[in-house]
Design a protein around this ligand. Structure first.
Ligand SMILES: [Cu+2]
Length: 152
């Protein structure tokens, strides 16, 4: 029994690793990326790891997702963005550790609190070549199928 169950253990570990590889967080949860949401509270309830993703959902062109430096975050200055998008759905991969800063550049929105800072913890197992969250989920499903097969 011990011999036959060894491959199953390997599959279970592999399956868990795939699930833990990346998490995609919807910024603001059901409220999305908009005015009137306290994004400090939202971020403080989460633990972001290198490789995780942020999904910003908002009305196209009504807001922006603008990644900026800490200085520009503090002053709500979007003139020299690191990245910028207003497409309505913006997915940002947190590919390096440290604090990432996002603001909305629609006039007055950032100053009224539409800004998000997330602290990202480094993950030594992270690889830029690793598959995105959707592929990881597929891998987890595949691993689960293998586990079911192994149980037979
Ligand atoms: Cu806005």
């Amino acid at each position: 029994m011990a011999v036959s169950s060894a491959p199953l253990v390997v599959l279970l570990v592999a399956g868990c690793a795939a699930v833990a590889a990346a998490t995609r967080y919807t910024v603001g949860d059901g409220e999305g990326w908009t005015t009137g949401v306290n994004y400090n509270n939202w971020a403080n309830s989460k633990f972001f790891r290198q490789g995780d993703e942020l999904e910003f959902r908002y009305q196209r062109n009504a807001h922006t997702v603008t990644e900026v430096s800490q200085t520009n975050f503090d002053s709500c200055n979007g003139n020299t963005p690191i990245t910028n998008d207003a497409g309505g759905t913006t997915i940002i991969r947190l590919s390096y550790p440290g604090t990432h800063y996002f603001i909305c550049t629609t006039p007055s929105h950032c100053n009224n609190g539409m800004k998000l800072a997330v602290n990202v913890i480094g993950d030594p197992s992270y690889s830029a070549a690793s598959p995105p969250a959707a592929a990881s989920a597929a891998a987890a499903v595949a691993a689960g199928a293998l586990i079911k097969l192994a149980l037979f």
